[in-house]
Design a protein around this ligand. Sequence first.
Ligand code: 6PG
Length: 245
Amino acid sequence: MDTIIKISQSQTELAWDLAREMAEMINNAGRRGKTISIALSGGSTPKLLFSILGDNFSDSVMWKYVHFFWGDERCVSPEDPESNYGMTKNALLSKISIPSSNIHRIQGEKDPEKEAVRYSKLISRFTREREGSPVFDLIFLGLGEDGHVASIFPDQNHLLTSEKICEVAFHPVSKQKRITLTGKIINNADNIVFLVTGTYKAEMVSQIIESPGIVDYPAVYIEPVHGVLKWYLDIDAASMLNQWA
Ligand code: 6PG
């Protein structure tokens, strides 16, 4: 497994670097007439990245060559402040020219079990396949303070090994239902990017990167089978890393 760690001086620098890399990746595909599939993360961290893309790259990126998906979604309506899709629409999607047929939101307002099945079929339809499973060109992940990724929370490790594409999960504290990609599908991606900022994530980052055999957080099990794992960190989130400090 190839792991790349990029440490930026600030959250803003990190977001700009990642925005430029994402723009180049999309335009490279567009110049070859190829579409790429990107699964976006929720939470607060990616909001700055999405805003920078929406405010500064709307005209310089060939957005029609992207199909956007979500790695997970809260089981709420798209208008709900908790909605990952809603956050992305406000920060990015409402500012770029992209066919609506390229935006594949998880319908959080629907019955979770039925939506997990519907979304799994949709992913299979719009992505490449490798070894019988869908392949995303790029999957963005955040990192929870408890070491969760997407909506794969600690003590729900069956979501890491499930043979399904999507599963219904639940937040361990709020019990809010979620739809999440399974670990198997995440690990089948060509590029997996963790986007993590803030001192409050530093200990978790250092444990996962430097002591994977000792801790049992879901993030430890994110190991691309064929692709590349990239950690995009600001100096605060990287502050407890030994070998990269
Ligand atoms: C979600 C995300 C979740 C998130 C982490 C980090 O739906 O909330 O998918 O996995 O990435 O909880 O969230 P922050 O970026 O807000 O710290």
